[in-house]
Design a protein around this ligand. Sequence first.
Ligand SMILES: NC(=O)c1ccc[n+]([C@@H]2O[C@H](COP(=O)([O-])OP(=O)(O)OC[C@H]3O[C@@H](n4cnc5c(N)ncnc54)[C@H](OP(=O)(O)O)[C@@H]3O)[C@@H](O)[C@H]2O)c1
Length: 237
Amino acid sequence: MTTALITGATSGIGRAMALALSEAGYEIYALGRNEAALESLRAERPGITPIAVDVTDREAMEAVVSGLHVDVLINNAGMMPPLGNFADMKMADIDTALEVNLSAAIALTRLVVPQMRERGAGHILFTGSSAAHAAFANIAVYSAAKAAISGFAASLRVDLSQYGIRVTEIVPGRVETQLYKDILDAKARAAMYAGNVAVQPEDVAKMVVALLSLPAWADVTRFDIMPTRPTSASGSK
Ligand SMILES: NC(=O)c1ccc[n+]([C@@H]2O[C@H](COP(=O)([O-])OP(=O)(O)OC[C@H]3O[C@@H](n4cnc5c(N)ncnc54)[C@H](OP(=O)(O)O)[C@@H]3O)[C@@H](O)[C@H]2O)c1
């Protein structure tokens, strides 16, 4: 059975990908910190293996990966630091945003690449963001991390294509998830998605299932998925 390790699988896009890929016949290793959410994922789809871990814990991540055969790696875990002008940002929020959104994904990729190279096959995906490719106010460090993910994915593809390893950058615009749960109250979040139909996590998951089903010689290097109509004045992330 083809295996897929998915970070940020307790919620939103990662959870939808875990369910859709499990449905499509993949063996899923679902990573996240929220143990109740991992348990609910397993209850919904008993074939999924939940793994409680913080992606920024290097030692724990090494222990997780050392025992696993990984055909597909989806670096999806991410967080949004408090919205606001960069001039007012706290250093601790900058560090966390870079660690979770960027360094953890690079570190995990480093752990998984050797086994893929040995097998001459594999697929590594990154959940980037439209914020990597256009300028938006109040998210400078998040944008920087996602732009770095984009550059990393592009260069990684050049390094790894000779080993038959595919690399895909997923570029979502605004998707209706819990991404803003720690920084906006429920009313502000509802307003963000109000007015029109937002992209749903399941929509992103469908694209991922489709691109993974292509033959090994075809690599979808990047796909963008945006709300057809803007869901609020600022439109994206
Ligand atoms: N929603 C959007 O509009 C949008 C747009 C563009 C890109 N994205 C990107 O999509 C990805 C998924 O986000 P989402 O929108 O689905 O938001 P979400 O519902 O908040 O999911 C975020 C996931 O990341 C995990 N995570 C965060 N910090 C972690 C840590 N330190 N260790 C382990 N897991 C951690 C969370 O799991 P635990 O809390 O259980 O650890 C959760 O499963 C992110 O990379 C985000 O930047 C989202």
